[in-house]
Ligand binder design. Sequence first.
Ligand SMILES: [Fe+2]
Ligand SMILES: [Fe+2]
Length: 482
Amino acid sequence: MSDIVNVDYSTRIPNNVNLTDDRQVLRALERWHPGYIDWWMTMGPDGFQEALVYLRTAVSIDPKGWAKFDYIKMPQYRWGILLAPQEESRKIPFGRHYGEPAWQEVPGEYRAMLRRLVVIQGDTEPASVEQQRHLGKTAPSLYDMRNVFQVNVEEGRHLWAMVYILQKYFGRDGREEAEQLLQRRSGDADKPRMLGAFNEATPDWLSFHMFTFFTDRDGKMQLESLAQSGFDPLSRTCRFMLTEEAHHMFVGETGIGRTIQRTCEAMKAAGIEDPSEINKVRDLGVIDLPTIQKKLHLHYSLSLDLFGSEVSTNAANAFNASLKGRFQETKIEDDHKLESSTYPVLKLVDGEIKRVDEPALTAINMRLRDDYTADCQRGLDRWNKIIDRVGVAFRFQLPHVAFHRQIGEFKEVDAAPSGELLDEAAWNSQKEKWLPSKDDGDFIQSLMRQVVEPGKFASWIAPPRVGIDNKPGDFEYVKLAA
Ligand SMILES: [Fe+2]
Ligand SMILES: [Fe+2]
């Protein structure tokens, strides 16, 4: 512990925001740092704080060489503060202030709204670390173990990124919010994290890969829309975070892809043609495809809830205020103010799901969610190609947006994955067909055994096609403490 406490963080915090000359912010960060380390030690990866992990660290913002790989103990990770380079004479790309010079300071009239956006984003970062803290103990390989730790330290860095914004631009309330970010806990009854999906458990590796595929992708969409912000420091912070976020989704997509591949190969080898022969497939020590589909239903629907209500005045206000834009705002061809345009929204009208044209301004969440769905679908298409290549008859499908929702238009109704509305009895009698049951969870759990021999993988997941940082297949990604 001693070298953790005595870290000289005026030099150990890599940053490109000139912290050494920004004494006040540096002092605020220094005061926050011990609490962060405390949080990391109690809520970060359980049992692996002494392990040497082959991690990448962000050391620059050069797109070609921003990261450096090395063995490091996680508590000594260099959580840096890195903003994408300032774009000369950047203009606000949307909203009421469209075309005005981007703000370098917080506009007084939007202070509260902006702080709330930063806090909500910031709260998700430590939450996922908390959700994933036990996964090291059941890692299917050292390669996968290293990946979860990489995601964890980077979510830690994303927390730093948001805390920097709070401490530099929001004075005393910013410092209080930064403190609160270390107090809330995922799943805690009294002090839960702010958003639903971040209070769910991540009990096994299939859940983890689903989480990084679906929920980190929600994170990507939120960061993309904040990267458009008229408040330039937030925009620059989010742009750099997106470079790291890409790896998190890679971990999810390839993790599930490798799981599917292993299942299909095992089925082929055993001569099982029918994917619904669940018990026979499970006897091979792999996860049957229908159960993977159920997990997909669960994680997709939880992640849709993160986008908020389809029609939302909060979202309209944030857009109007030029604080939070749309996905790839600058590539959209319209007035960027949404003064008169409409956007189609699926709504519940007289007990039926109907497409209704809403003012585009209030349908901002819906639009972002549609972009998200399209992005998810591309991943599913790649998974389906894996199944095709091995030659199994099965296809993964995203469920209808009305399925299993707790927020927005469809929270009061029950719908099948097809979108068919059901009465309560019909839902209750069939929901275990669509969502993971306790048995499914127990089965997945039964496969979760730690594999730590370099180059070896658990029965249920195929090896990756290439190593991290081009390392060979038997590379020792984690050196466990003796
Ligand atoms: Fe993140
Ligand atoms: Fe992430």
